[in-house]
Design a protein around this ligand. Sequence first.
Ligand SMILES: [Fe+2]
Length: 163
Amino acid sequence: MNATADPHRIAELIRQEHRELKSMVGQLHSVCPCAQSRRDCSACETPKAAGCEQAVARILEEVFVFMVDHFRKEEMAMRQHRLDLLDRPACEGHREAHAEITEHARHLIADLSPQSVLSNVHDLAGLLDGWIGDHVADHDHRLLGLLGVEHHEPGAVARASAN
Ligand SMILES: [Fe+2]
Protein backbone atom coordinates (compact mmCIF):
# COMPACT_ATOMS: atom_id res chain seq x y z
CA MET A 1 0.00 0.00 0.00
CA ASN A 2 1.46 3.38 -0.90
CA ALA A 3 1.73 6.33 1.48
CA THR A 4 -1.38 8.12 0.19
CA ALA A 5 -3.77 5.15 0.27
CA ASP A 6 -4.45 5.27 4.02
CA PRO A 7 -6.06 8.59 5.09
CA HIS A 8 -4.37 8.52 8.50
CA ARG A 9 -0.99 7.81 6.94
CA ILE A 10 -1.26 10.62 4.39
CA ALA A 11 -2.49 12.98 7.13
CA GLU A 12 0.54 12.18 9.27
CA LEU A 13 2.83 12.57 6.27
CA ILE A 14 1.34 15.98 5.43
CA ARG A 15 1.70 17.15 9.04
CA GLN A 16 5.28 15.89 9.19
CA GLU A 17 6.14 17.75 6.01
CA HIS A 18 4.53 20.93 7.34
CA ARG A 19 6.88 20.66 10.33
CA GLU A 20 9.83 20.29 7.91
CA LEU A 21 8.61 23.38 6.09
CA LYS A 22 8.70 25.36 9.33
CA SER A 23 12.31 24.27 9.85
CA MET A 24 13.14 25.67 6.38
CA VAL A 25 11.81 29.04 7.55
CA GLY A 26 14.20 28.75 10.51
CA GLN A 27 17.09 28.07 8.09
CA LEU A 28 16.18 31.14 6.08
CA HIS A 29 16.14 33.36 9.18
CA SER A 30 19.48 31.94 10.30
CA VAL A 31 21.04 32.99 6.96
CA CYS A 32 19.85 36.56 7.44
CA PRO A 33 18.82 37.28 11.06
CA CYS A 34 18.57 41.02 10.44
CA ALA A 35 16.31 40.74 7.38
CA GLN A 36 13.34 42.17 9.31
CA SER A 37 15.11 45.43 10.11
CA ARG A 38 17.10 46.14 6.94
CA ARG A 39 16.13 47.12 3.42
CA ASP A 40 19.43 46.16 1.80
CA CYS A 41 22.78 44.50 2.58
CA SER A 42 24.97 47.60 2.47
CA ALA A 43 25.21 47.96 6.27
CA CYS A 44 25.76 44.26 6.92
CA GLU A 45 28.98 43.57 8.81
CA THR A 46 28.62 39.82 8.73
CA PRO A 47 31.81 38.31 7.26
CA LYS A 48 29.76 35.67 5.50
CA ALA A 49 27.69 38.27 3.63
CA ALA A 50 29.33 37.31 0.36
CA GLY A 51 28.05 33.77 0.77
CA CYS A 52 24.46 34.81 1.44
CA GLU A 53 23.33 34.61 -2.15
CA GLN A 54 24.48 30.98 -2.42
CA ALA A 55 22.84 30.13 0.90
CA VAL A 56 19.53 31.72 -0.12
CA ALA A 57 19.72 30.02 -3.53
CA ARG A 58 20.33 26.66 -1.84
CA ILE A 59 17.33 27.09 0.50
CA LEU A 60 15.13 28.23 -2.37
CA GLU A 61 16.14 25.20 -4.43
CA GLU A 62 15.46 22.93 -1.45
CA VAL A 63 12.06 24.59 -0.88
CA PHE A 64 11.16 24.20 -4.56
CA VAL A 65 11.99 20.48 -4.73
CA PHE A 66 10.20 19.89 -1.43
CA MET A 67 7.17 21.91 -2.59
CA VAL A 68 6.71 20.05 -5.87
CA ASP A 69 6.90 16.68 -4.09
CA HIS A 70 4.60 17.78 -1.25
CA PHE A 71 1.92 19.14 -3.60
CA ARG A 72 2.18 15.97 -5.73
CA LYS A 73 1.43 13.84 -2.64
CA GLU A 74 -1.59 15.97 -1.67
CA GLU A 75 -2.98 15.86 -5.20
CA MET A 76 -2.37 12.11 -5.44
CA ALA A 77 -4.38 11.69 -2.22
CA MET A 78 -7.21 13.75 -3.78
CA ARG A 79 -7.27 11.45 -6.84
CA GLN A 80 -6.87 8.22 -4.92
CA HIS A 81 -9.71 9.02 -2.53
CA ARG A 82 -11.87 10.55 -5.30
CA LEU A 83 -12.27 13.75 -3.31
CA ASP A 84 -13.49 15.65 -6.39
CA LEU A 85 -16.71 13.64 -6.05
CA LEU A 86 -17.13 14.98 -2.51
CA ASP A 87 -16.19 18.63 -3.14
CA ARG A 88 -14.94 19.48 -6.63
CA PRO A 89 -14.68 23.29 -6.06
CA ALA A 90 -12.53 22.76 -2.98
CA CYS A 91 -10.22 20.35 -4.80
CA GLU A 92 -9.96 22.58 -7.87
CA GLY A 93 -9.25 25.61 -5.69
CA HIS A 94 -6.59 23.65 -3.83
CA ARG A 95 -4.84 22.54 -7.04
CA GLU A 96 -4.98 26.11 -8.38
CA ALA A 97 -3.43 27.38 -5.13
CA HIS A 98 -0.60 24.83 -5.55
CA ALA A 99 -0.03 26.02 -9.13
CA GLU A 100 0.07 29.67 -7.97
CA ILE A 101 2.57 28.99 -5.16
CA THR A 102 4.75 26.95 -7.54
CA GLU A 103 4.65 29.73 -10.13
CA HIS A 104 5.54 32.28 -7.45
CA ALA A 105 8.56 30.14 -6.45
CA ARG A 106 9.64 29.87 -10.12
CA HIS A 107 9.66 33.68 -10.31
CA LEU A 108 11.72 33.91 -7.13
CA ILE A 109 14.28 31.52 -8.62
CA ALA A 110 14.42 33.59 -11.82
CA ASP A 111 14.80 36.82 -9.80
CA LEU A 112 17.69 35.61 -7.61
CA SER A 113 20.53 38.05 -7.87
CA PRO A 114 23.61 39.09 -5.82
CA GLN A 115 22.27 42.66 -5.99
CA SER A 116 18.96 41.80 -4.35
CA VAL A 117 19.69 39.12 -1.76
CA LEU A 118 17.74 40.81 1.01
CA SER A 119 14.72 41.36 -1.18
CA ASN A 120 15.01 37.69 -2.25
CA VAL A 121 14.98 36.75 1.45
CA HIS A 122 11.89 38.91 2.05
CA ASP A 123 10.11 37.41 -0.96
CA LEU A 124 10.91 33.82 0.02
CA ALA A 125 9.87 34.48 3.64
CA GLY A 126 6.57 35.89 2.32
CA LEU A 127 5.97 32.85 0.15
CA LEU A 128 6.69 30.43 3.02
CA ASP A 129 4.56 32.50 5.39
CA GLY A 130 1.56 32.35 3.05
CA TRP A 131 2.01 28.63 2.52
CA ILE A 132 2.42 27.75 6.21
CA GLY A 133 -0.32 30.16 7.24
CA ASP A 134 -3.31 30.62 4.97
CA HIS A 135 -2.77 27.66 2.62
CA VAL A 136 -2.34 25.09 5.39
CA ALA A 137 -5.16 26.52 7.50
CA ASP A 138 -7.55 26.75 4.57
CA HIS A 139 -6.86 24.28 1.72
CA ASP A 140 -4.91 21.60 3.59
CA HIS A 141 -7.27 21.71 6.54
CA ARG A 142 -10.20 21.15 4.19
CA LEU A 143 -8.31 18.33 2.41
CA LEU A 144 -7.85 16.49 5.69
CA GLY A 145 -11.50 17.07 6.49
CA LEU A 146 -12.51 15.50 3.16
CA LEU A 147 -10.25 12.55 3.93
CA GLY A 148 -12.20 12.12 7.15
CA VAL A 149 -9.18 12.75 9.28
CA GLU A 150 -9.48 15.20 12.12
CA HIS A 151 -7.01 17.96 11.60
CA HIS A 152 -4.83 19.19 14.47
CA GLU A 153 -2.42 21.89 13.47
CA PRO A 154 -3.23 24.50 16.09
CA GLY A 155 -0.55 26.97 14.99
CA ALA A 156 -1.88 27.19 11.46
CA VAL A 157 -5.55 27.32 12.46
CA ALA A 158 -4.93 29.89 15.19
CA ARG A 159 -2.90 31.96 12.78
CA ALA A 160 -5.63 31.90 10.09
CA SER A 161 -8.33 32.86 12.58
CA ALA A 162 -6.16 35.75 13.75
CA ASN A 163 -6.02 37.14 10.18
FE1 LIG B 1 -1.91 22.00 -0.14
